[in-house]
Design a protein. Structure first.
Lengths: 453, 293, 174
């Protein structure tokens, strides 16, 4: 059998499935030393973030660098960033499912997990930014549906619920497999038994499962678009130059697709290496993802150009100082950092031969993540420095985030990573049953012509 | 008078009695004259008695009561830029009345110049209490609200400190309590009401409140009352009249038409309740031109 | 003797009474229509005699001060008039509280009349409850309806999916 023709015989597929199961069970085994070190480090960073937050609770938001002009800062940037990467799941699990892109199978669960965890970090980010977190319940009791914040609360909770369902439902057969796997710890057996919903693999159950997943795939897409749109409308529904833009909704959606794919690539590369999943998540997967990232990157560059070319051409009074601040003024480092790290370099890397190698793709993805964080900063902060009224001396006129803000940001990323590591230790990160499903054509898993990267 | 009194006593009694009456008449006429004469100081124009045309409402003493506007009123302000000389007494009077910390201002006095060839001028800017307020639209918990009498207030028992209203206000009229407040005892002793905005709460928003507690008692807000140039007029749009600190009451509609009143950044559609009269024919030295960006 | 004392007291009292009287011209206000134009008239009398050449200022009482409606000097019949302020809204009771003050001559200066009530020809705006609006406490029905439909639609799909999960669970009993 040549490598080019897939071995689709029944025996071959069955043995491959067995290998996958074995490998997945192996990932759920006792954590190694490296794993423990990583968890402890992340936990320490997260704990430090908590310390910073307690400090902030004691002395108020004066612990940050925010002031009456810079009334929103790094916390809102983090919030928008984490919302931004949450597009990953819907794109890969839902969109690729609806377009019958079967190469998604090994990565769809991880992508969906990214969505869930990024939403779980984004929500608290808002509470951290609030001046009175003790009054959060006011939003539920006294909520006004005219406020974009209410729309965001509704959308985020709806999206989180949907993503949890979308993560859980396709995992049911896998949980059943694990339930029936001998040799697992008792608590695991209990957990899998509980969550597997007495899955037996019968035709009837299978039918229901497929129907449920199909419905979720369709429903989750408009919900995903809505979360990014209403987050954009937090800015778009104000009158400020830079925010009051008609394209801000689509800008956030495309930006989310871009940063979401980059987050998936980053996470996949790490998991692939540390959990030794090279056989299942191949370089071909990464290449396909990187092609998506390239397309979204070019699309996002188009949006960035559109956003700024109007004010540059017209020189409108309110917008001129804002553009100047970004191009050559106070925020030039962040703006050009975003353009170079977030758009120019990743696109360049991806269109060169390095873009076909895993290291090239990884570098591009990491650069995109950094660049997109800077882009969120560019969205939030420079507009606050360019009000309609002349800047007035009583309030601080520049914004340099404090250690509290950086610590909490680091803690948020640490929490995100920790949730992942915990998830990978409790649940199988690669979907086992979908490889074997008879409902869709079998996957060719062959070594790529260029050899492993 | 007892009939068996001697006649001399009777006469004395009559004399005493009459003197009392005469004294009373004289005293009474003096008193009558004093009251009859109107005051000759600046408030002379207030007439014999300030007519209580609306029942004087007690200022709201609770957050819920503060959401009710004074019935039938629509407070409005007109600022005459031809008279403002940038002295800042409006700022200090407001700060004094509301115990405002030095790091923020509820009424700002900005130096403005629209273009290189146009006149620089001083621009007192309180909150405009817009009729289409961008701030109340975005508040998720109804902590900032517009009342029927046109005033936009903030309930700091309700505010969650999300600062969306600060982001939404295009005039930058709002401030935030970033640190634990340090109100003086006089502020703390008075119960909290959105109508005066103190004692402050950490993590909440504050701004100019149009002094509704003063207005419903017929007194001008702190800024208007303190202005030595009579540049700030305040009144009730439903009465079509505004009054300045000098007691000058003008017909609002006529004033805005004759003096070409306008609202700042009208094109934003916020519909402010503060009108400006252009800085024309100033009787004092205007500020020097400011370098434009 | 008694009569003499009484007469003296009466003589002494008279100037006091006359003095009290003389500083207060009485001013009466009324409205008429002269030649198609409504006016406010004031009639100034001192001890029953009409006073001429008294400059009067007409005011309408407002919440924070008094609005000058106009000035006029009395004619030989003691009357002065200004145009009725058409279009000026009344006070809270819907009526215009108008009074006059003497500007000159100096001995009567600052004497003022009591306020007279005249109906304003401007309707006071009706107290309307707040409309449903984006800026008001209560949201527009269209917004509420749209949000409700969208959110309910999605959560109904979730309910369907959960129903499928429950059916999977129950289906295992077979």
């Amino acid at each position: 059998m040549s490598p080019a023709t897939p071995d689709n015989s029944e025996a071959s597929r069955a043995s491959k499935a067995a290998t996958l199961e074995a490998d997945m069970v192996a990932t759920l085994g006792a954590p190694g030393a490296g794993h423990k070190v990583a968890v402890i480090t992340l936990a320490l960073v997260f704990a430090w973030g908590l310390v910073a937050y307690v400090h902030q609770l004691r002395i108020g938001l004066a612990a940050t660098a925010m002031s009456d002009y810079f009334s929103w800062g790094v916390y809102i940037v983090d919030f928008v960033f984490f919302i931004g990467i949450s597009m990953a799941g819907s794109l890969i699990s839902a969109t690729l499912r609806l377009t019958n892109a079967h190469w998604r199978h090994p990565i769809s669960r991880l992508a969906e997990a990214i969505t869930v965890f990024s939403l779980m970090v984004a929500g608290p980010m808002i509470i951290i930014d609030m001046g009175r977190p003790d009054r959060f319940w006011h939003v539920l009791v006294y909520g006004r549906v005219q406020s974009p914040i209410l729309w965001d609360v509704l959308s985020l909770s709806t999206y989180l619920a949907g993503s949890l369902l979308f993560l859980y439902v396709p995992m049911i057969p896998d949980l059943a497999i694990l339930r029936d796997t001998p040799g697992l710890l008792p608590w695991r057996k209990k957990l899998y038994g509980l969550l597997s919903m007495r899955w037996k693999g019968s035709t009837e159950q299978h039918r229901r499962l497929v129907r449920a997943v199909s419905v979720m795939a369709i429903v989750i897409l408009p919900v995903a678009v809505s979360i990014h749109t209403v987050t954009a409308w937090l800015f778009g529904m104000t009158l400020r130059p830079g925010w009051h833009s008609t394209i801000i909704g689509p800008d956030f959606v495309i930006g989310a697709l871009y940063s979401g794919v980059a987050a998936v690539i980053t996470a996949i590369v790490l998991f692939r290496y540390f959990l030794r999943l090279e056989a299942y998540v191949t370089v071909e997967h990464l290449r396909k993802l990187s092609r998506l990232m390239l397309v979204f990157g070019i699309g996002y560059a188009y949006f960035v150009i559109n956003e700024h070319v109007g004010s540059a051409y017209t020189g409108e009074t309110a917008e001129k100082p804002l553009l100047a601040k970004m191009i050559s003024g106070q925020f030039a480092p962040q703006f050009w950092g975003m353009v170079v790290l977030g758009l120019a370099l990743p696109v360049l890397v991806l269109i060169t031969p390095a873009g076909r190698r895993i290291w090239g793709i990884t570098i591009a993805a990491v650069l995109v993540n950094i660049g997109m964080w800077l882009k969120r900063y560019i969205i939030v902060v420079p507009t606050l420095a360019s009000p309609f009224m002349p800047l007035h001396g009583t309030s601080k006129l520049n914004y340099v985030p404090t250690w509290v803000e950086w610590s909490i940001t680091a803690g948020a990323f640490a929490a995100f990573a920790l949730m992942f590591m915990l998830f990978a230790k409790v649940f199988p990160v690669i979907s086992m049953w979908e490889r074997d499903e008879t409902a869709s054509p079998p996957q060719p898993y062959h070594a790529p012509a260029g050899g492993p990267a | 008078m007892r009939p068996d009194q001697p006649v001399n006593t009777n006469r004395r009694a009559i004399l005493r009695h009459s003197l009392k009456v005469l004294g009373a008449a004289a005293a009474g006429s003096v008193v009558y004259k004093a009251f009859g004469r109107a005051d000759t100081d600046k408030t002379a124009t207030t007439g014999p008695v300030q007519m209580e045309t609306t029942p004087a409402l007690a200022p709201a003493d609770s957050a819920a009561a503060a959401r009710q506007g004074v019935p039938g009123r629509k407070w409005i302000m007109v600022i005459d830029l031809a008279k403002c000389d940038g002295c800042g007494k409006c700022k200090s009077a407001c700060a004094k009345m509301h115990f405002i910390p030095p790091d923020r201002e509820w009424i700002k006095v900005l130096k403005m110049q629209a273009a290189e060839l146009t006149a620089p001028y001083y621009f007192p800017q309180p909150c405009y209490h817009c009729d289409n307020p961008p701030c109340t639209k975005v508040c998720p918990v109804d902590a900032t609200f517009k009342r029927s009498d046109g005033v936009v207030l903030i309930d700091n028992e309700r505010c969650i400190g999300c600062r969306f209203c600060i982001a939404a206000c295009p005039y930058g009229a709002r401030s935030f309590n970033w640190s634990p407040p340090d109100d003086p005892a006089a502020a703390v002793q008075k119960g909290y009401s959105p109508e005066h905005g103190y004692p402050r709460r950490i993590g909440t928003v504050e701004k100019c409140d149009f002094c509704p507690d003063m207005a419903e008692m017929g007194m001008l807000p702190a800024c208007a009352a303190a202005c030595p140039m009579n540049a700030i007029y305040y009144g009730d749009e439903n009465e079509d009249a505004v009054t300045s600190s000098g007691g000058e009451t003008l017909r609002l509609s006529k004033l805005l038409v004759d003096r070409s009143g306008y609202r700042h950044l009208e094109e934003l559609g916020t519909q402010p309740r503060v009108y400006y009269l252009p800085p024309k024919n100033r009787m004092f030295t205007p500020p020097t031109a400011i370098p434009l960006e | 003797m008694r009569k003499l004392i009484l007469l003296t007291m009466a003589l002494l009292a008279l100037p006091a009474l006359a003095w009290a009287q003389a500083t207060q011209p009485s001013m009466a206000l009324s409205t008429t229509t002269e030649g198609g134009k409504p006016t406010i008239n004031a009639s100034v009398k001192l001890n029953g005699k009409a006073l001429e050449n008294v400059t009067l200022q007409f005011y309408a009482v407002r919440s924070f001060g008094n609005l000058l409606l106009g000035e006029d000097t009395t004619l030989d019949d003691g009357s002065a008039a200004v145009d009725f302020p058409t279009g000026l809204p009344g006070s809270a009771d819907g009526q215009l509280h108008v009074f006059v003050k003497v500007k000159s001559p100096a001995q009567f200066a600052d004497a003022a009349s009591a306020a007279a009530l005249f109906p304003s020809n401007v309707q006071r705006p009706k107290e309307e409850p707040f409309p449903r609006a984006l800026w008001a406490p209560h949201a527009p029905l269209l917004l509420m309806g749209t949000i409700f439909l969208l959110v309910a639609g999605v959560w109904l799909c979730y309910a369907f999916v959960i129903g499928q999960i429950v059916a999977i669970y129950r289906g295992a009993k077979q």
